[in-house]
Design a protein around this ligand. Structure first.
Ligand SMILES: [Zn+2]
Length: 216
């Protein structure tokens, strides 16, 4: 199956991409992974992408599309793929469609993860990390430390990442609504869209995604 996964920050998209792809026996392909792999391998497009990233600029769509095309034509992606993190807006969706047509590949499904914005803010803004080890993660509601502000595991100081602040999360959700949400309509028009409720446990959401992919 050839799948695109779309969803707002905080929907657990990256995790679901890996779990669902493993379940289906197809590679999970994210633009971040493709950039890193091509930069490390020193490919021509990787060198171009690095030039933009080093300058703190966005990698142009045509470079990203070229990298995705190359990745899709690798042997492990022949039987399908799950693309995560692209497209992020309608022009990118159009460019992806044109590229796929060029290599005679059709998408089977675009899965949209749906969340409640206030719940996303609650989940993310409640996170607290330990200054000694970023793997020591707490949550003010769902996993509070025994002593407020102190790591249960090592006694380190707990803090909130800047990216996790409520205003930052709300801004990312606004950007998603304005720029990325319109691609949902783009794929609905093409009969490819499956919307999935992403509120719930990891396993519950995985089961819903697999279910949505099954009913064709
Ligand atoms: Zn700790």
């Amino acid at each position: 199956m050839r799948i695109v996964l779309v969803g707002p920050p905080g929907a657990g998209k990256g995790t679901q991409a890996k779990v669902v792809a493993a379940r289906l026996g197809i590679p999970a392909i994210s633009t971040g992974d493709i950039f890193r792999a091509n930069v490390a391998a020193g490919t021509e497009l990787g060198v171009q992408a690095k030039r933009y990233m080093d300058a703190g600029r966005l990698v142009p769509d045509e470079v990203t599309i070229g990298l995705i095309r190359d990745r899709f034509t690798e042997p492990d992606a022949e039987g399908g793929f799950l693309l995560d993190g692209f497209p992020r807006n309608v022009p990118q969706a159009e460019a992806l469609e044109a590229m796929l047509t060029g290599i005679s590949v059709k998408l089977d499904r675009v899965v949209e993860l749906k969340v409640d914005n206030d719940e996303v803010v609650r989940r993310i803004a409640g996170r607290r990390l330990c200054r000694n080890d970023s793997g020591h993660i707490f949550h003010v509601d769902s996993r509070p430390p025994a002593v407020a502000g102190i790591c249960d595991i090592c006694g380190g100081e707990l803090y909130q990442r800047d990216d996790d602040r409520e205003e930052t999360v709300r801004e990312r959700l606004r950007v998603y609504e304005a720029e990325t949400a319109p691609i949902v309509g783009f794929y609905a028009e093409r009969g490819l869209l499956a919307s999935v409720d992403a509120m719930g446990t990891l396993d519950e959401v995985t089961a819903r995604i697999i279910g949505a992919l099954a009913d064709d």
